[in-house]
Design a protein around this ligand. Structure first.
Ligand SMILES: *Cc1c(COP(=O)(O)O)cnc(C)c1O
Length: 465
């Protein structure tokens, strides 16, 4: 399997190189040169597999012989051993609704499914090449802890995560700062999330620094993350259909950067019998507006909502869909992105817009509707939805048979849950005892020079042979 850029500016590369590259060097996103398509026999045979075995089969299609099967199998087993549910991503029934629970990983959010595997992939590939990687990132809450748990304790990887001091929830802060492994560096910057993000951007743009210190990112554009997110679509279909390939299922997906729902689109292109895919957004509705109008246009600002992991202005995986929507026409993708860069909007043709409407449904859900859904589900069933999951459930209100992806445990978003139902969700094992544990974190001015100095001081000592 080879990987190419959505913008056509790189020579085809293999899977390992695509994982290490992350963002394509021409600024585009990496995609496989071809999407593998399964025949119905194969699908039927896979329907009864356990999650890990299914993950092995699906990922082999994209990795080929670049990783020996026994190694890949061990890597996958390791990645999902830290999940607290034996099924990894179980499908549960809540009233008449099916929910695909993706929050049984070590940080209680769906990002663990991809980041546990990505951390192990990085480690495996670095071991093979004899390299090291220094991950630098900024977080407003969820991604930071999932990334930290993905790489903690790994000898060839160090991770530096910036968070805005005092501006992430106490649980989210503790999830990061209680990880005491020596390769984990939490940095609280005295500023906002935007300040932290800007610092990371400045340091990545300092190309000499970036290459000398082998800085890498773990953002949601890494192809390996998309791949890992297809596993649970296959798994859920298998549980529901029992292998009956005539049985199609629909999914509703709480959406921010478009990684999760894009994985569903990919699974469908691979032949998984998916009927409808619902893009569920909060008030930050650029994707929902695109599906309804064919115009992808920046909103006025990023709104802070009760589902903060979906508070995005630009969906970073959308470019992958643009590429497939235009049948891999890279020149056209470049032209559309150029429009977007200059004017903050792009428009696809009427024909492509129709195709997009056949691919996805989309609904934007407000905060009051989110609260109302948490309350209604709780009153009817006793089940507590996290606010992101509630957005997905509300968006699928007219599709009772759609499986809703539960992207976080409700206890991570206690304030919203209390607002909806007057009580908190009980803490899952992953979040218990956090407040009593020892923490480690440095505090720095919100200036790139301060963070750069900290990295130099730390890596200067740690990386000396
Ligand atoms: C990241 C995240 C999302 C959005 O997923 P995307 O792949 O960015 O669309 C939804 N819910 C939760 C809880 C998340 O952490």
């Amino acid at each position: 399997m080879h990987y190419i850029s959505t913008r056509g500016g790189i020579e085809p590369i293999g899977f390992a190189q695509a994982v290490m590259m992350g963002l394509a060097t021409d600024g585009g996103l990496l995609v496989p040169s071809q999407i593998p398509v399964l025949d119905p026999e194969q699908l039927r045979a896979w329907a009864g597999l356990r999650f890990q075995d299914l993950a092995l089969e699906v990922s082999t299609l994209f990795i080929g012989d670049e990783i020996p099967r026994a190694d890949l199998k061990a890597l996958i087993e390791r990645s999902y051993a830290n999940f607290s549910h034996p099924e990894v991503t179980p499908v549960v029934t809540v009233g008449k609704r099916r929910i695909l629970e993706l929050f049984h990983g070590p940080t209680a959010a769906f990002k663990d499914v991809a980041l546990q595997w990505l951390g192990n992939l990085f480690e495996y590939l670095l071991e093979r090449e004899g390299g090291i990687l220094n991950i630098l990132g900024a977080t407003s809450g969820d991604t930071g802890s999932a990334a930290i748990y993905g790489v903690r304790g790994k000898g060839r990887i160090r991770i530096f995560i910036l968070h805005p001091k005092g501006r992430v929830s106490p649980i989210q802060e503790r999830q990061m700062t209680t990880v005491l492994d020596s390769n984990v560096h939490n940095i609280a910057v005295r500023g906002t999330f935007d300040d932290a993000q800007a610092i990371v951007k400045t340091l990545f743009n300092d190309l000499a620094f970036k290459s000398a210190y082998r800085l890498g990112a773990v953002n949601s554009i890494n192809w390996a993350r998309i791949l890992a997110q297809t596993f649970y679509y296959f798994y859920a279909w298998g549980r529901i259909s029992g292998g009956d390939v005539g049985r199609r299922v629909s999914f509703s997906v709480p959406t921010g950067n478009f990684g999760d729902v894009f994985a569903g689109y990919l699974a469908r292109r691979m032949g998984l019998p998916i009927e409808r895919l619902v893009i569920a957004t909060n008030r930050n509705d650029i994707l929902s507006r695109f599906i309804h109008t064919g115009v992808y246009a920046l909103g006025e600002e990023v709104y802070h909502t009760l589902s903060p992991a979906m508070d995005i202005q630009i969906a970073s995986n959308f470019e992958r869909y643009l590429y497939y929507l235009h049948d891999g026409d890279q020149a056209l993708v470049c032209a559309l992105l150029e429009d977007f860069r200059h004017t903050g909007r792009l428009r696809v043709s009427a024909e492509r817009h129709q195709k997009a409407q056949a691919d996805f449904e989309a609904t934007a859900v407000s905060d009051p509707e989110t609260l109302d859904q948490i309350r209604a589900t709780y009153e009817a069933t006793g089940y507590i939805l996290c606010p992101h999951t509630a957005v997905g459930v509300r968006a699928a209100r007219d599709l009772p048979e759609a499986i809703c992806l539960a992207t976080a445990h409700p206890a991570k978003f206690g304030a919203a849950v209390v607002q909806a139902i007057g009580q908190e969700a009980p803490l899952p094992p992953a979040l218990q005892g956090l407040l009593e544990r020892k923490t480690r974190c440095v505090e720095l001015e919100a200036r790139a020079a301060a963070v750069k100095g900290y990295l130099e001081a730390t890596l200067g000592t740690v990386s000396a042979p």
